[in-house]
Design a protein around this ligand. Structure first.
Ligand SMILES: [Cu+2]
Length: 136
């Protein structure tokens, strides 16, 4: 009986699993006077096809953009990206100083320890929920 269950789990678990494998999703906390937060995570694509993140949303923020950090004339500045492509069997890291989520106008003041849910929308129309932890 348990062996049959194991076989069933092995057969069906890939279907039930999320398209992207999200690791260490976190948001840098800032005082309420600052109207944006930056969000970070490592995104792994375990699939055999390239997947793109085309938009994001959350009840906790007015809007969420994907930003990259670029150096121009010796100055670092941020630029919005229309989508974020993750190749098959590879990872993209969102980290301080590089790619990040720019999360606009929190609906409530954020505090370290808060868990805020966001929804990632992929180019095939599917959605994936991610809980991000606010860290000091
Ligand atoms: Cu930004």
């Amino acid at each position: 009986m348990s062996r049959l269950l194991l076989i069933l789990l092995l057969i069906f678990s890939p279907i039930a699993s999320a398209e992207l494998d999200i690791r260490d999703p976190w948001i840098k906390n800032l005082p309420p006077s600052v109207p944006v937060r930056a969000g970070y995570m490592t995104i792994h694509n375990p699939q055999t096809k390239t997947v793109s993140i085309v938009s994001l949303r959350s009840d906790a923020f007015a809007s969420i953009e994907i930003h990259q950090t670029i150096e121009q004339d010796g100055m670092m500045r941020m630029e919005q990206m229309s989508s974020l492509k993750i190749e098959s069997n590879s990872s993209v890291q969102l980290a301080p100083g590089g790619l990040h989520l720019m999360m606009m106008n929190p609906s409530e003041p954020t505090q370290p320890g808060d868990l805020l849910e966001i929804v990632i929308i992929l180019d095939d129309g599917s959605e994936q929920r991610v809980e991000m932890q606010v860290i000091r």
